[in-house]
Design a protein around this ligand. Structure first.
Ligand code: DOR
Ligand code: ZN
Length: 425
């Protein structure tokens, strides 16, 4: 396939023009000559910008176990609409992905159903032995309960887990600090206060420093949501430690006031925080203290969200690329940071090969976008969460017009093409 009239973002974060040839799913040449008599399929990209497919390192597709909330097939369609070509799926399934058998079975379902590229995280627990025999992207540690397994809240257990896995991704919210005082009106961010974050970070640091340098894993702190955790990441990086930070669209755009005003639709773990936290996170993202954005796509059914005891989670993958483009439009980040945030940093962090941008030899994971007036207005929502959390906050200006995965068009702005499945990364 050849993409002519291509204006693409290169791996230095600059726009270039040319014709992109794709062979065996990979980018073969970024400046190929379109010869007379060419027999390859040619698509014309005039009027579009071509961007690297997003690598979203944090999603909950809920399969196996909770298909009614999303599922791999549906979640990967929402991803394609959001310009996401690679995801890493979280292990807090029902049952959780915490044994070798469950990991193997989960991989089988992903191979069969996932339209985009994927990798899996393994649920680390207290009484596990060894690592995961099969390939994993990382081990996930929940310091607040998120599955049938108890949360990991002791320094000793953190140390054990750190010494068993080369990469760990942590939900750094220490549930022993949650406020369960009876009779109080439930307010999510008060029940799960920021002290739970600082306590978790102290325990992580203690466990990390207690290990000899060679036994320390790469540590990813998921969903940074307070000024404290941004400062902590900066300090750890300054000391030369292999520590990475992720934040999510909802912490960049919403505050606890959105939760106060709208209730459960904006209830998420860790909770939304103050305006000051939000500004600090934006600054951290701009400066590169925070490495990348994960959607933390965590859909629940509309009925669950409107129940008396609503679950936490916001679904965001469907708007990920337009969201990050909005950050460029408003001057919060430049194109170089866009490139790092959208694919390069997550690919580096999780050792995802050949998917760190538009360059010869990389897989052809490409997204065509163009500007149009409020595309969210008339859209059909794909995620089973059935709700666009940004709708009331952002006039999106960008629409994903085509998503190409491994050189194959999987979404053309209207329809999804499901024959070819994604690859494990
Ligand atoms: O809000 C959240 N929802 N945070 C998590 O850590 C888990 C997620 C879920 O699985 O619903
Ligand atoms: Zn999550």
């Amino acid at each position: 396939m050849i993409i002519k009239n291509a204006k693409y973002l290169n791996s230095q974060g600059k726009f270039q023009e040319g014709a992109i040839s794709i062979r065996n799913g990979r980018i073969d040449d970024l400046n190929c000559n379109l010869k007379a008599g060419n027999t390859e399929k040619v698509i014309d990209a005039s009027g579009f910008l071509i961007l690297p497919g997003a690598v979203d390192p944090h999603v909950h597709f809920r399969e196996p176990g909770q298909l009614y909330k999303e599922g791999i097939a549906n979640g990967s369609m929402a991803a394609l609409k959001g310009g996401v070509t690679t995801i890493l799926d979280m292990p807090n399934n029902k049952p959780p992905c915490s044994t070798e058998n469950k990991l193997r079975r989960k991989k089988e379902i992903f191979r069969e159903k996932c339209l985009i590229n994927w990798g899996l995280l393994f649920h680390a627990t207290r009484n596990q032995r060894g690592g995961a025999a099969d390939k994993i992207a990382s081990a996930k540690i929940f310091m607040a309960k998120s599955s049938e397994h108890p949360a990991v809240t002791s320094v000793e257990t953190l140390k054990q887990i750190f010494s068993r896995f080369p990469v760990v991704s942590i939900h750094a919210e220490d549930e022993t600090k949650f406020d369960h005082s009876a009779g109080k009106k439930y307010v999510h961010h008060i029940n799960r206060p920021w002290t739970a974050i600082t306590s978790a970070l102290q325990k992580i640091e203690k466990a990390y420093l207690a290990l000899p340098q060679k036994k320390r894993p790469r540590v990813v702190i998921c969903h940074l949501n307070t000024a404290d955790d941004v400062d902590w990441i900066a300090a750890m990086k300054n000391k030369g430690f292999d520590v990475w930070g992720e934040t999510c669209p909802h912490y960049l755009f919403f505050t606890q006031n959105d939760y106060i005003r709208n209730g459960a639709k904006y209830q998420v773990n860790p909770p939304l925080r103050t305006y000051e936290d939000q500004q600090h996170i934006l600054e951290g993202l701009k400066k590169g203290i925070i490495d990348f954005i994960g959607s933390d796509h965590a859909p629940h059914s509309p009925a669950e969200k409107s129940s008396l005891n609503p679950p936490s989670g916001i679904a965001g993958i469907e708007w990920l690329m337009p969201f990050v483009l909005h950050l460029v439009d408003t001057g919060m980040i430049d194109w170089k940071r866009f490139h790092e945030i959208i694919c390069r940093k997550a690919a580096d962090c999780y050792s995802i090969k050949y998917r760190d941008g538009i360059k010869a030899g990389n897989f052809a994971d490409l997204v065509f976008v163009s500007k149009c007036e409020n595309p969210a207005k008339a859209e059909r929502i794909i995620t089973r969460a059935g709700f666009n959390p940004y709708y009331s906050h952002i006039d999106f200006k960008w629409k994903v017009q085509t998503t190409i995965v491994n050189g194959v068009i999987k979404y053309d702005g209207k329809k999804f093409y499901k024959t070819k499945k994604g690859m494990e990364v």
